[in-house]
Design a protein around this ligand. Structure first.
Ligand code: ZN
Length: 284
């Protein structure tokens, strides 16, 4: 839209007393960056949450969504073709598009040419192979087994997470500091300042932002404070399994107030040319 036309549109909207909602309903590029808890960068269209319902909730709440598709080994989507179909479905929608890399194999399954069409790429440290060679998804108890030595487990988790930060081209680390349910009651004690420091330093060194996750209420305030002080940017996200998980960024808003987080502490999806998949090689 040219500047003159923009002025006319704005003037008309004001004359009608209309509050212009952002992001625009039809657009070519991604929405403008919303501040703090005005964005939920980790929404999945799955379970009983349809795309139409997600868009309706976004409009109603004023929270801009980043709609993420998962891809990786053993997932329904494990090629570029699946990602391209998702991108086509999202075209023109008032959302950010996100790719969630699953497992550690994703860097070899998809091309940069397709990945860089997403507004951003993220992953978590919930799937990895332990020192005995067992590939585990941390949210599946049978794969994790009984953790006999929690300290050793935590050291491996920190090691795997920091290796991900150093080797995988991601913009955002999600489900941060997640531990299996059997350790959840000891979360604060197991996430020692030294362990948190290693994660924060790894994120800072690689220019990766960190999610404040509403559904699991992680990371804790101590981690978020440390991340902020290190200049690691923060992003609100939910990682919903269905419609019921999707709230209004309650935990993120709570932490924002408690820690007096400012707009400049929050992350924005990178500009084209600055995306992690454009700055860093896919596989090392
Ligand atoms: Zn997710």
């Amino acid at each position: 839209m040219n500047t003159r036309l923009q002025r006319i549109v704005v003037a008309c909207a004001c004359a009608l007393g209309t509050v212009m909602a952002a992001p625009a309903l039809a657009q070519d590029g991604p929405p403008a960056c919303p501040a703090g808890a005005r964005a939920d960068f980790h929404v999945h269209v799955k379970g009983d949450l349809t795309l139409d319902e997600a868009l309706r909730r976004s409009r109603e709440s004023g929270i801009t969504y980043g709609i993420a598709i998962n891809g990786g080994l053993g997932f329904p989507i494990d090629t570029d073709a699946g990602l391209e179909a998702f991108l086509a479905e999202m075209r023109g929608r008032p959302v950010f598009t996100a790719f969630q890399g699953e497992g550690r194999e994703w860097v070899r399954l998809f091309s940069r040419a397709t990945l860089e069409k997403f507004d951003y790429v993220f992953t978590d440290a919930m799937t990895w192979t332990d020192d005995r060679g067992r590939r585990m998804r941390l949210w599946i108890e049978d794969e994790v087994g009984t953790i006999a030595d929690a300290e050793r487990f935590m050291d491996q988790l920190v090691d795997r997470a920091t290796t991900i930060f150093a080797t995988e081209p991601i913009d955002l680390y999600v489900n941060p500091t997640y531990v299996p349910d059997q350790l959840a009651a000891r979360y604060d004690a197991l996430w020692t300042p030294a362990r948190m420091r290693r994660l924060v330093d790894g994120l800072a060194a690689n220019g990766i932002a960190v999610e404040i996750n509403n559904r699991r209420r992680i990371p804790n305030a101590a981690f978020i404070r440390m991340a902020k002080q290190a200049g690691v940017k923060l992003a609100c996200g939910t990682n919903n399994a269905g419609a019921a998980d999707l709230g209004r960024n309650e935990y993120c808003a709570e932490v924002t107030r408690a820690l007096d987080l400012r707009p400049e502490d929050f992350w924005c999806p990178p500009a084209d040319g600055r995306k992690a998949v454009q700055r860093r090689p896919l596989a090392r």
